[in-house]
Ligand binder design. Structure first.
Ligand code: ZN
Length: 417
């Protein structure tokens, strides 16, 4: 006898949805999850054998710059500093063309999809040098890859606003023309507090979330966070504000970190760490015992802050590495932060899945009635995934298979045991 009245579109059998949990079957109908239970009795048009894989809602990359990815061949890295990276990209982006941004962004996004990413927030620089060319390219990328990933576009001022007011009008236009949220970078503006206010003005006008690149250094006693906290409260934007990097928290003593954590938790400001970039650019003034320069997201999370770990840049002067793999980034963070205990690794996994989804306000996770966005990892669960950088097997979006890597297997010679 069948558990369901109707024939399902898809059933994925023998997967785990919890670490080392019992095997269950996931049934899908009309793009939604219709059932999750052991030994599901049903008719289905397609059946997939999961072989004990871990099934989850896919990775959520909360902070990526698709527009300036893969430009190492156009830049020269001498110092490896933040200032050099901003300058190098400012020169390069003046020559970006729409087709060029599209092809580089699509290349990185395809890698991300095959690494199991199902939701992503990309920044796009909009200013007099970049024009709207990158923005137009990313809108097309968003549409063309919607079959596999939900891409959110953040109109971003990388190089200041008070020093270049034309950027304000351009961000305003982008927000009227398809941008999902607005992002600022107070540390490149001669008047950081005013910069924060101007970004919030745009957010309020268009009723969108904001995402700041903030305090990207190791100077513990200089911060633009008070301005962001004040504006978040003044505008009633609790739960709609993200801050990325904030690497100076790594230079603060624990009591101060706890105070900041309490403030962030109370105002609903989410924090994103970008381990690959933070490690590459920070601490260049040190010749030995180089600081790690990565904000302790796990400590903030333990105080109730919504946190995420994200890719940031791929193959450019900010980060001359990258493959858009979030599980690799989770492993990097766990390694740098010296985390090993089961609950710590589970927290790290949540920073590239459920917690990152909360930050972006997207529905995520396997439950009956939810969108059938499902990714299979070749492991028993989140802890193993973070420890081992587990390969991704395949994924579905709204019940349709969107990519397939397959399982690794050895091809032994005949008769070999
Ligand atoms: Zn960034």
């Amino acid at each position: 006898m069948s558990d369901l009245q109707t024939t399902l579109d898809l059933v994925i059998r023998n997967v785990r949805v919890e670490e080392d949990g019992d095997f269950v079957d996931v049934g899908v109908l009309h793009g939604r999850i219709a059932a999750i239970k052991p030994s599901l009795r049903c008719e289905a048009i397609e059946t997939v054998e999961g072989y004990g894989a871990f099934a989850f809602g896919g990775f959520v990359d909360s902070h990526v710059h698709l527009d300036k990815a893969c430009i190492l061949d156009r830049c020269t890295i001498c110092e490896g500093t933040l200032a050099e990276a901003v300058l190098q990209v400012a020169v390069a982006k003046a020559n970006f063309q729409e087709y060029d941004v599209y092809s580089r962004a699509a290349h990185v996004l395809e890698k991300a999809i095959c690494h199991g990413t199902t939701h992503m927030r990309t920044f796009v620089e909009i200013d007099p040098r970049a024009g709207f060319r990158s923005f137009e390219a990313l809108k097309r990328v968003k549409s063309d890859y919607a079959f596999a990933v939900d891409l959110e576009i953040c109109a971003f001022a990388q190089e200041g606003l008070t020093n270049e007011p034309a950027t304000i009008e351009m961000l305003d236009a982008a927000l009227s023309n398809g941008a999902d949220l607005v992002g600022g970078c107070p540390y490149t503006d001669p008047y950081p507090t005013r910069h924060v206010e101007l970004i919030f003005d745009l957010a309020e006008k268009h009723d969108v979330a904001v995402d700041f690149h903030l305090d990207f250094d190791l100077v513990a006693d200089r911060s633009n966070l008070p301005a962001v906290l004040a504006q978040t409260l003044a505008r009633g934007w609790q739960g709609r504000v993200s801050i990325g990097h904030v690497t100076n928290i790594s230079a603060m003593e624990p009591a101060r970190v706890a105070t900041i954590a309490a403030e962030l938790a109370e105002t609903g400001i989410a924090l994103t760490v970008l381990p690959s970039t933070d490690l590459f650019l920070n601490g260049r003034q040190y010749d030995w015992l180089v600081p790690r320069g990565v904000a302790p997201a796990h400590i903030l999370a333990a105080h109730g802050v919504v946190t995420s770990i994200a890719t940031n840049n791929v193959l450019n002067p900010f980060t001359p590495y990258g493959d858009a793999s979030l599980i690799r980034m989770a492993n990097l963070y766990a390694n740098v932060a010296q985390l090993s205990r089961p609950h710590e690794l589970e927290a790290v996994f949540s920073m590239v899945t459920t917690s990152a989804a909360r930050q972006m306000g997207v529905d995520h996770g396997l439950k009956v009635g939810a969108d059938a966005t499902i990714v299979l990892l070749d492991c028993a669960g989140p802890r193993a995934a973070v420890r081992e950088i587990t390969p991704v097997i395949a994924g579905w979006k709204l019940g349709r298979k969107s990519f397939e890597n397959g399982r690794r297997r050895l091809l032994r010679p005949a008769g070999h045991t």
